[in-house]
Design a protein around this ligand. Structure first.
Ligand SMILES: Cc1cc2nc3c(=O)[nH]c(=O)nc-3n(C[C@H](O)[C@H](O)[C@H](O)COP(=O)(O)OP(=O)(O)OC[C@H]3O[C@@H](n4cnc5c(N)ncnc54)[C@H](O)[C@@H]3O)c2cc1C
Length: 449
């Protein structure tokens, strides 16, 4: 690992990969991930990715996104996402991503709160189909150094300008790396919850660093609970039963087998209905019944869900399965503008870690992969533009010089005390508590309005 890179990207899910793929080939890039390369939520996405099917669907796509977001969305961001969707999908296809087709034509499915079929998918493993291809393309790039089990601990910043990162390397040693730009693509916050569909190492680290360094956050109390995850007594990541199952006709039932809700309500509303039903029955779950789906082969359409449920002792072609709501998605995050730029100079954020205003109070199903890709591309383009400015070369050479300073001098310059990171477990626990405090503070402030 060098002491200086033009760009450091934290995270290698869809947002991180797409940023790397859109930077010029002469940009030196360090890309890190806290865990294995494949352990990002991007690999877990089941349902699909939205796209503007044709011009005639624009108004309805826009309205569905706003309605799901309780009209708290930033309209210019929603417009940007929808207008950019077709070119992003075309790029994915050109990279080698395969979506379901019939006679060569793309197939579109539907999920809750969508008024029409506009979601592209690959079986029920769309995220893996997209992210594995993007990762392969990134690995082919000569200008990218990709390091797993390498964790961002802190950033080096000065006068509201981000100049570098403090990392924990695979062998446990700390290292500083200077960079002209940094991209936070660190995913959601499920790891701070007991029940979540997210990977447990996704603990909102960028949020905690924002709180430590005064970087603007937005809507941190807007957390989406997914209405249907497979109920289990085991203490592990909750397995998602995709919304597209309900879109294709699976029905929710109470303990007596009676339907109690419209399965295609927006997620937050349906979660409320399920919780109310559980409370009424004094039960830890309700039932989801696939047996009513008649026109499609459930095993073929949902092979991954079929297999996982079978492992847990349920055959979805014959029996209903127990489902429970769990933390799933984070609509809030590090505030960014349309270029993915945060309130700190040279610091960008994309994907679930940021809040670009697309989702408002609640995300419309299958908008997040799309939003992550659109705004990661915007951010990469913005970095390119900044690098064309007259001062960019000067900054680059200056940071290269700073990178070679003795460690003590570097730490003094950025006001960092390495003793603060001696107990890293304690440091991350403190980060988690800071995020919880912020969520609770925002919740209280909102209620008081
Ligand atoms: C079960 C499930 C199903 C989903 N289904 C869909 C769907 O059908 N359609 C849809 O649009 N969306 C879906 N989503 C949401 C979507 O997958 C995510 O919002 C999206 O993939 C986020 O991508 P990302 O690149 O922002 O983050 P991620 O893919 O989560 O990547 C985060 C990366 O950051 C790294 N990282 C985090 N902290 C650090 C640190 N301190 N140092 C170094 N690296 C760090 C992680 O290791 C990881 O590489 C689903 C999510 C889940 C959990």
């Amino acid at each position: 690992m060098n002491n200086y890179y033009d760009v450091v990207i934290v995270g290698c899910g869809v947002a991180g990969c797409f940023t790397a793929l859109h930077l010029p080939k002469n940009t030196s890039i360090l890309m890190i991930t806290k865990s294995d390369l494949e352990e990002s939520d991007s690999f877990l996405a089941q349902g699909g990715i939205c796209v503007l099917k044709n011009e005639g669907d624009y108004d309805s796509f826009f309205e569905d996104t706003l309605r799901a977001g309780h009209y708290e969305n930033r309209k210019e961001s929603v417009d940007m996402m929808i207008r950019s969707s077709r070119s992003v999908i075309n790029e994915l296809i050109s990279y080698g991503v395969e979506f379901e087709r019939e006679k060569g034509e793309l197939l579109y499915t539907r999920e809750g709160a969508h008024s029409t079929n506009r979601i592209l998918y690959h079986e029920d493993i769309t995220g893996k189909a997209i992210t594995s291809v993007l990762l392969e393309r990134v690995k082919e790039l000569q200008n990218v150094s990709l390091l797993d089990h390498t964790t961002m601990i802190d950033i080096l910043c000065h006068d509201n300008r981000c100049d570098g990162i403090l990392l924990r390397q695979k062998d446990g040693r700390l290292k500083t790396v200077m960079c002209s730009h940094m991209m936070w693509a660190c995913g959601g916050i499920g790891g701070i919850y007991d029940n979540s569909t997210n990977f447990p190492h996704l603990t909102g680290d960028a949020l905690a660093l924002s709180l430590r360094h005064g970087i603007r956050l937005e809507n941190v109390d807007y957390v989406q609970i997914h209405p249907t995850t497979l109920y289990s007594e085991k203490k592990e990541r909750r397995f998602l039963i995709s919304e597209s199952c309900r879109g294709e006709g699976a029905k929710l039932r109470d303990k007596n087998g009676k339907r109690f809700a419209n399965e295609l309500l927006p997620r937050d509303v349906l979660t409320g209905e399920i919780r109310a039903q559980m409370q009424k029955e004094g039960s830890k779950y309700v039932w989801l019944d696939f047996t009513e789906i008649k026109d499609i082969d459930v095993k073929k359409r949902f092979p991954n869900i079929y297999k996982k449920c079978l492992e847990e002792g349920y055959d979805i072609t014959k029996d209903p399965i127990p489902v429970v709501p769990a933390q799933h998605y984070f609509m809030g995050g590090v505030y960014v503008d349309l270029d993915g730029h945060t309130s700190m100079k040279h610091l960008y954020a994309a994907g679930e870690t940021c809040c670009n205003g697309v989702h408002g109070r609640n995300r419309l199903a299958s908008n997040s992969l799309l939003e992550s890709l659109v705004f990661a591309r915007n951010a990469a383009n913005h970095m390119k533009k900044v690098d064309e400015d007259w001062g960019a070369e000067h900054r680059r050479y200056h940071l290269m010089d700073v990178a070679d300073l003795p460690l003590g001098e570097l730490m003094d310059r950025y006001n960092i005390n390495l003793n603060d990171y001696e107990d890293l477990e304690g440091y991350f626990e403190e980060n988690k508590n800071m995020i919880w405090d912020e969520i609770e503070k925002e919740e209280k402030e909102r209620k008081a309005l």
